[in-house]
Design a protein around this ligand. Structure first.
Ligand code: NAP
Length: 291
């Protein structure tokens, strides 16, 4: 079994991005600029946004953090988005989800100019991706495909089963995995799928993205399969300083014995998600998506 090292691949990609930024600056250009909007004080969101700012610094991007308390109105937030849409110095920005219940996430997503939507959540970017046009692809699906590519894992003609059906991970990933560059035969399985265990056992590449810790057991995996664990659920732990640790959707000890490749949690898909956002911002700065 080969452990897929997302940290290592992400570090290589960060190095490549750093080199590109240096080139842009040496040619008289400006550093790519990413902004993040954070509403409220959700622990997970605080951590993710802090990582995003730190990642920008590491590759030489400029970054801005815009914070609101969780009582900010939808109108105020939409006005800020309009301002960011028109800020010529910004190459891209993200609004960290989830948002408080009184704010429509869909309205917020659709208010972002698709040209600056480096999260790739706007329907214009999702639609462009589906028909194979240049687009900002949502970070986690992009990162997973890149991991498979960099580990030279055969995807041509393989059965790929993805468990879950979220808009930010599973739907775009199912499209990417079936595109001509990847050529997998894709099944999307979810809570209403009959004989889920059997469907999973049929997978050459099994991807779990449901947020149920250790859901995928050894008996759900074909011998020699490639297993990608997207799940990251915070569970209580006495062993860490923070009092919690991350658990994946795969029962690692059982599954690792049967598969050919597996991503750990943490250190698998997560770092790839982070670096993919940087890559989208770089693509925006270089004007490579919307020419
Ligand atoms: P989500 O919106 O939380 O939805 C989970 C999906 O899983 C639902 O559509 C649900 O299907 C399905 N599901 C739940 N229980 C199931 C079961 N017992 N059997 C089959 N399907 C089941 O999904 P998400 O946002 O993609 O997040 C999924 C997990 O990935 C979470 O742990 C999240 O934290 C993690 N995540 C990690 C990264 C990363 O960078 N590593 C990025 C994004 C998300 P139904 O619609 O049928 O109920």
């Amino acid at each position: 079994m080969i452990l897929i090292d997302g940290n290592k691949v992400a570090a290589e990609m960060k190095q490549e991005i750093t080199e590109e930024v240096k080139k842009i600056i040496n040619n008289g250009g400006k550093a790519p600029h990413l902004a993040a909007v954070l509403v409220g004080h959700d622990g997970g969101s605080e951590t993710y946004v802090a990582y995003k700012i730190k990642d920008c610094e590491a590759v030489g991007f400029k970054s801005s953090l815009i914070r609101y308390e969780d009582y900010v109105t939808e109108k105020e937030l939409l006005a800020k988005i309009e301002e960011l849409n028109n800020d010529d110095d910004l190459d891209g920005f993200i609004v960290q989800l989830p948002l408080p219940k009184h704010i429509s996430e869909q309205k917020v997503i659709e208010a972002i100019n698709p040209k600056k939507d480096v999260d790739g959540f706007h329907p214009a970017n999702v639609g462009r991706m589906v028909i194979g046009l240049p687009s900002y692809v949502s970070a986690t699906p992009f990162g997973i495909v890149e991991l498979l590519k960099r580990y030279k894992i055969e995807t041509n003609g393989k059965n790929c089963v993805i468990v879950g059906r979220s808009n930010i991970v599973v739907r775009p990933l199912s499209v990417l995995m079936s595109q001509k560059a990847v050529n997998a035969t894709v099944t999307v399985a979810h809570s209403r799928t009959e004989n889920l265990e059997e469907v999973c056992r049929n997978a050459d590449i099994l991807i779990a993205a449901i947020g149920v810790p250790e859901f995928v057991k050894g008996n759900m995996v074909k011998k020699g399969a490639v297993v990608i664990d997207v799940g990251t659920t915070r569970v209580k732990s006495d062993l860490t300083k923070s009092g919690w640790k991350l658990k994946g959707d795969v029962l690692f000890e059982e599954v690792a014995e049967k598969c050919s490749y597996i991503t750990p949690v943490p250190g698998g898909v997560g770092p790839m998600t982070r670096v993919s956002l940087l890559l989208n911002t770089l693509l925006s700065a270089k004007g490579e998506i919307y020419k």
